[in-house]
Design a protein around this ligand. Structure first.
Ligand code: PMV
Length: 314
């Protein structure tokens, strides 16, 4: 039996826009999906013990199976002849928007590689997890699997031509508290990504300036993070939320949580991840503010994760 892990993530700037080559900023969070893989039994069996994974697992079962077949194929292992027992756990909840699928793909890829005696670099694991992500996101940018593989706070830009993506580490003065609020709605990232692409194509006059705005925001967001100007980071996150509303990926539950977090004093709040349900995040740069905002969201009946961005060792 072999084990593997992958980090969860929160996108601070640029979800959806990254799919089309706009830069994005992502931070791994200190929660992981963990996989145990055994070569035993008949066919591929998956046991998902992750918190919040029940309805998530139901909705995503077929995508999950396809993603595992993609991992095996990328490793040149025939999915039809293999016998694998996969058990998923870890402290990353199965909420939509936290990169749970990418984190589990990285975890499973690492564990399968171990079980089959393959010594794979992080770069190769990232490529394999990208193939797996296609099962969940259709045409993923690669930002989720990159954060899940490497951890840390990252600048990411998808290469729209041949060649590697741009992946750069961003350093900040100290880790910063955030909250992640879950609408409880399981979102289908593949449909959300496809919807944006269709609308962008049919309405370039509206969408092209929004994409230009998103690009400017990513650069300003990076500068503000590097200068440790958290008020400015929050303001830019609010602006990013407005763009996400404009491209049609927010929903009333997300807007409700975003507004509540702002009312409670968060520096900025936005959708994180694919939207259409799933999660929002709010910048709450002290433990006290983090607790205040988290409590308000919990009191409104929603689940919250208290975590940090920019933790160096993850
Ligand atoms: O909803 P999640 O956690 O799978 O995040 C998806 C992020 C997108 O930008 C919407 C898609 C992508 O591949 O970049």
């Amino acid at each position: 039996m072999r084990r593997g892990s992958g980090f969860g993530k929160v996108i601070l700037f640029g979800e959806h826009f990254v799919v089309h080559g706009v830069p994005g900023i992502v931070s791994a969070i200190d929660s992981t999906a963990d996989a145990e893989v055994r070569r035993t039994g008949k066919g591929i069996t998956i046991k998902d013990r992750r918190k919040g994974a029940k309805c998530y697992a139901e909705e995503k079962k077929l995508q999950q199976l396809e993603s595992i077949e993609r991992i095996l194929e990328a490793m040149e292992i025939d999915p039809k002849t293999v016998s694998l027992n996969i058990s998923l756990g870890g402290n990353l909840p199965g909420f939509s928007g936290l990169g749970a699928s990418a984190a589990s793909s990285v975890a499973i890829a690492r564990a399968i590689a171990g079980e089959f005696g393959k010594d794979l670099s992080d770069e190769r694991i990232n490529e394999i997890a990208y193939e797996a992500e296609k099962a969940y996101a259709g045409t993923p940018s690669g930002i989720d699997n990159t954060a899940a593989t490497y951890g840390g706070l990252l600048w990411f830009r998808k290469n729209m031509e041949e060649g590697p993506n741009t992946i750069e580490r961003i350093s900040i003065r100290r880790p910063v508290e955030i909250i992640i609020g879950n609408t409880g709605i399981v979102a289908n990232t593949k449909e959300m990504v496809a919807g944006v692409a269709t609308r962008k194509k049919s309405n370039p006059r509206k969408y092209d300036p929004l994409f230009k705005n998103a690009e400017d925001l990513a650069f300003s967001g990076r500068k503000a993070l590097e200068e440790f100007d958290m008020m400015q980071v929050g303001t830019l996150m609010n602006e990013n939320h407005r763009l996400l509303q404009e491209i049609g990926v927010s929903c009333k539950e997300l807007d409700f949580l975003v507004n509540l977090a702002r009312k409670e004093g968060s520096f900025g709040a936005k959708v994180t991840g694919g939207g259409g349900g799933g999660c929002m995040t709010a910048l709450t740069p002290t433990k006290k503010l983090q607790d205040k905002v988290a409590k308000a969201i919990e009191d409104a009946g929603f689940e919250v994760l208290r975590t940090k961005i920019g933790v160096e060792k993850i």
